[in-house]
Design a protein around this ligand. Structure first.
Ligand SMILES: NC(=O)c1ccc[n+]([C@@H]2O[C@H](COP(=O)([O-])OP(=O)(O)OC[C@H]3O[C@@H](n4cnc5c(N)ncnc54)[C@H](OP(=O)(O)O)[C@@H]3O)[C@@H](O)[C@H]2O)c1
Length: 238
């Protein structure tokens, strides 16, 4: 039976966001897809349709404060509700602290922290009206530790986890669940990597679909369950 739920996925043009869109699409879900690369977004939208889902493309930059409101408005106008928000769009730039440009620090906070705040702020009134909703924040295994050269990126994932904890406590009385999904190393286009099965990391690293499967588990959890976080390590840690 087709899953009629409506989701908004940011960063759906590649990697983890694309894999989540394809999994949700295979369930028959109706999806608002957000990213800057319109051609890539169009291809994901088509793949969602081919799998039995429906896609509404919302091209744009998640750092643009108006985009979040427009994305929620468009999705609700089209399907009348919003059940799931996946805050996935993100960038990571590693550099020694003394070399990290201030602009890069700000870019990472604007994309990885401010944008999830804006999308959540836009989605919550609709979810409160419905008395239900699931927000999934794509964090990282580095949201629990420190790493050399990770000043900005690592701090953004701690900050996202902090917001995740606040939203959980603030929103559960309204029937809204909030979860932090924390993968280890995933082969994607992240940080300028190439999403190519030929790269050596593909032998041992997580795939975007590994993460999408866990996100599917979060959105399909039982009515009395409220998953707080999933930390996903790579199986082969030798
Ligand atoms: N890969 C890993 O090892 C790993 C591990 C843990 C967590 N994560 C997290 O997983 C999430 C997805 O990353 P990924 O690995 O799938 O990398 P990816 O393949 O580079 O995907 C990043 C996505 O974010 C979108 N995005 C980035 N900046 C944006 C902006 N300003 N406005 C709109 N969309 C933007 C990109 O779309 P456009 O470029 O088309 O805008 C793309 O769809 C990120 O939050 C990342 O921190 C990744």
């Amino acid at each position: 039976m087709s899953d009629e739920r409506v989701a908004l996925v940011t960063g759906a043009s590649s990697g983890i966001g694309r894999a989540i869109a394809l999994r949700f699409g295979s369930k028959g879900m109706r999806l608002g897809l957000v990213a800057r690369r319109e051609d890539r977004l169009r291809a994901v939208g088509k793949a969602v349709g081919d799998r039995g889902g429906e896609a509404l493309l919302v091209p744009g930059d998640v750092r643009d404060a108006k985009l979040a409101a427009a994305a929620v408005r468009d999705v609700v106008k089209r399907w009348g509700r919003l059940d799931v928000l996946v805050n996935n769009a993100g960038v990571g730039r590693y550099a020694p602290v003394e070399d990290l440009p201030e602009a890069s620090f700000r870019e990472q906070f604007d994309t990885n922290v401010v944008a999830p705040f804006l999308f959540t702020q836009a989605a919550v009134p609709q979810m409160k009206k419905q008395k239900s909703g699931q927000i999934v924040n794509i964090g990282s295994a580095v949201g629990y530790v420190g790493t050399a050269r990770g000043t900005a990126y690592v701090a953004t994932k701690w900050a996202l986890r902090g917001m995740n904890e606040c939203w959980r406590e603030e929103l559960y009385p309204f029937g809204i669940k909030v979860a932090y999904m924390a993968p280890g190393f995933v082969v994607s286009e992240f940080n300028g990597r190439k999403e190519d099965p030929g790269v050596p990391e593909a032998e041992w690293a997580l795939t975007p679909d590994d993460v999408a499967r866990a996100v599917e588990g979060i959105v399909d959890q039982g009515p009395n369950s409220d998953i707080r976080e999933i930390v996903m390590q790579v199986r082969d840690r030798s």
